[in-house]
Ligand binder design. Structure first.
Ligand code: NDP
Length: 683
């Protein structure tokens, strides 16, 4: 029986009242499911996200949201076999599922981990250093990032129903913004199954996730300046959404990933017989055939030095001939069908357009003999390789995206020409450069970087561990300028920041310290009677300070330190040589001596709640310390951060070391772990 898909709105599954469209299988065109959104109240969905989901998410800290993503990832991980089984009808092979389903779950894990490591255990982010705005230091500024109060509407393409949804969902949820997600209808049965698992897991708070299975109705009409619209798909739809009156009128943040004529460039040094030549051929074949080439990042333009053109074509033809196209369930099949007959017709039309300026050198767009599967009803298609004889003059091969197993070889005569050809794509998600020559790498990478969101340089040294041309990664930017849509997804926290508003804050140091829970110079720095190292994490207050007595540094100290550590650098040991150095008045103390003596001045040595020092940040030595100078330290609690383990928290201390004249000689942040409960053994 054909499954009737449902949307998830207002924390309930919603069955449409009519208007269903059949979704055919890519393998044999049998109806897999039916979808419609008739009767769905989009205004109520947006309201629900804003009034229920948003407040619930914003009540949590970044760390709590990160923990939810981790729990979700773990939940989906143990249930992914069911998703693999469903994906078969989209044409996905096992290899394709690895990118879509495992890749989607991996992205949730990656954002969970980043949220924990790189975001504070707070509901806002303090961005960057404070700005000093006044002579007297009583008026300062800084920036905070807080979650938008609206909804993130995600509209996804058909090719990655799981990954496409989760790579957008993870940054939004981590930011604290509820999501209404809409998959492409043609593969929505996979996305619906993922959402059913997420709902069943009961990890996200009410209103945090809603799901539209079918058309978007009047959803976009309800968006405002607190909302984000993030889209992946065709350039036409991107244009419709970008130009939507509500989006334009309300300055809705709009992020788009659209058509992209990605290039791979073989360097002139990488002739036949070099490892880079072989890696290039292998990567092009992989990109043409994974997901049957229905990947926004797939290689569409194959740029080769003219001298290598025939060798590359011969090598590609040999490898493409060995690709078995057919039923994705079979182990001997490398490439499944396209997502549907409509998509195949679109790809054939695109090939015809490109072929006006290129010749087909391998594969027949009209012919296929699939291994298993239904040749007549399935959307099978063999890989098609074209060659463009005059790529500098051609238009279509740089502009028409055949979203299938299709790519065009183009020869270039110089590196400048290669750069010009790549740029004719007018902005792409990714390009890869295959070379083992430093000058070639430099000319190509910096020649084309401005046209790309990502550039991958492949050579024999990194190939084995390279994640490949086509894999967007959570830590790196996915997006591209111009034709690629101008959007930027993932990229580590950059993707989260789309959902946060940056606000400049101004006021007194005391006010800003209190608001941002971050001590700023000029804010109160009380010296408690009890040394702060005796205070457990929860009793430490932002601003708690130690002011130490001074210690005079002698020439004997410097010599002792030099011989003890082995650091007998001339600036510490040789008066004449030190004097000749423009930075020093004569022999000076080691920077590390200053740090060591500073610790000696500020520590409270007895066992206590302070457990460990795990590093220093932002260390600067600002003024030399000469023999006879006396240094003293001010140590202040700057920030506190709960750790994953409940037993301790992380404390960031502002440390400033002064000389006898009150000048700062060193400044840094000390990072420590402090116990949360004073155990008798530690007290
Ligand atoms: P579409 O642009 O047709 O659809 C993408 C998404 O937008 C789908 O969820 C679709 O929903 C939705 N959509 C379509 N029209 C509207 C509208 N007026 N308002 C709101 N949402 C809308 O792209 P496809 O996924 O069908 O792919 C078509 C082409 O897009 C490919 O052949 C390829 O050229 C390109 N593409 C590019 C990608 C990239 O990142 N570079 C990725 C995938 C595709 P529904 O399915 O319900 O129509």
């Amino acid at each position: 029986m054909t499954r009737i898909l449902e949307s998830y709105a207002l924390d309930r599954w919603f069955g449409a009242t009519g208007g269903f469209a059949d979704i055919p299988s890519a393998i044999d065109a049998h109806p897999v499911a039916r979808a419609s959104t008739q009767g769905l109240d989009f205004a109520a969905m947006v309201r629900h996200a804003r009034t229920v989901g948003g407040p619930a998410l914003r009540a949590l800290t970044f760390h709590q949201r990160a923990d939810m993503l981790k729990a979700l990832a773990a939940y989906l991980s143990t249930r992914k076999e069911a998703l693999y089984a469903l994906s078969v009808d989209t044409g996905a092979t096992k290899r394709d599922n690895f990118f879509d389903i495992d890749g989607g779950i991996g992205t949730l894990y990656a954002y969970a981990s980043r949220g924990r490591r790189e975001l504070p255990g707070e509901r806002f982010v303090v961005e960057g250093a404070p700005e000093s705005l006044s002579k007297g230091g009583t008026f300062v500024g800084g920036h905070v990032l807080t979650p938008l109060h609206g909804v993130a509407v995600h509209v996804n393409a058909f090719n990655f129903p799981c990954w496409g949804m989760l790579e957008k969902l993870a940054p939004a949820i981590l930011a604290g913004v509820p999501v209404i997600t809409k998959p492409a209808t043609v593969t929505s049965y996979v996305a619906e199954a993922v959402v059913r698992l997420i709902v069943e897991a009961k990890i996200l708070p009410p209103g945090a996730l809603q799901f539209v299975c079918g058309g978007t109705g009047d959803l976009i009409d309800h968006l405002t300046g607190q909302d984000v619209l993030s889209f992946t798909g065709s350039a036409e739809t991107a244009r419709v959404l970008r130009d939507h009156p509500a989006v334009a009128r309300n300055s809705v943040k709009f992020i788009a990933e659209q058509d992209s004529l990605n290039a791979a460039v073989l360097g002139p040094d990488a002739g036949e017989g070099t490892p880079e030549f072989d890696l290039f051929v292998k990567e092009v074949v992989r990109e043409m055939t994974v997901k049957a080439g229905q990947k926004c990042t797939a290689i569409r333009r194959i740029l080769v030095p003219r001298a290598q053109e025939s060798a590359v074509i011969a090598a590609l033809k040999a490898q493409l001939s060995g690709i078995a196209v057919g039923d994705p369930r079979r182990d001997d099949v490398r490439m499944g069908p396209l997502v549907g007959l409509g998509q195949r017709a679109a790809v054939r039309a695109a090939i015809a357009a490109i072929a006006a300026e290129a010749e087909i050198v391998h594969g027949d767009p009209e012919m296929v003999a699939p291994v298993g599967g239904d040749a007549a009803a399935g959307a099978f298609m063999a890989p098609v390789l074209l060659r463009c004889p005059a790529p500098l003059e051609a238009v279509a091969p740089h502009a028409v995206e055949a979203f299938g197993p299709v790519a065009t070889v183009m020869a270039y005569d110089s590196l400048d020409d290669a750069v010009t050809l790549v740029a004719k794509g007018e902005g792409s998600l990714v390009a890869s450069v295959f070379t083992y020559d430093a000058e070639v790498a430099e000319a190509l990478v910096f020649g084309i970087a401005a046209f790309h969101g990502r550039v991958l340089v492949v050579d024999r040294d990194c190939a084995k561990e390279s994640t490949g041309h086509g894999s967007p990664l959570p830590g790196l930017v996915h997006g591209g300028p111009g034709r690629a849509g101008g959007g930027e997804e993932m990229g580590g926290l950059r993707g989260v920041f789309h959902y946060l508003q940056r606000t400049a804050l101004q006021g007194s140091p005391a006010r800003l310290s209190a608001l941002t829970r971050t001590w700023l110079p000029g804010a109160p720095a009380p010296v408690p009677q009890e040394h702060p190292f005796r205070r457990d994490y929860d009793r430490l207050a932002i601003g708690d300070t130690v002011e130490t007595p001074a210690r005079t540094i002698t020439i004997e100290d410097i010599e002792h330190f030099a011989h003890f550590t082995g650091d007998t650098f001339y600036a510490h040991m040789d008066e004449a040589a030190a004097k000749a150095n423009p930075f020093f008045p004569g022999r000076v103390a080691h920077g590390y001596l200053i740090l060591s003596f500073a610790a000696g001045l500020f520590v409270d040595p007895a066992p206590g709640p302070l457990l460990a020092n795990y590093g220093l940040d932002n260390l600067r030595f600002l003024k030399p310390v000469s023999p006879g100078d006396a240094i003293r330290v001010r140590l202040t609690v700057k920030q506190k951060q709960p750790a994953r383990k409940a037993e301790y928290g992380e404390v960031r201390w502002d440390v400033e070391v002064f000389n006898q004249d009150g000048d700062t000689v060193a400044r840094y942040e000390l990072l420590t772990m402090s116990a949360r409960l004073t155990e008798p053994a530690l007290a």
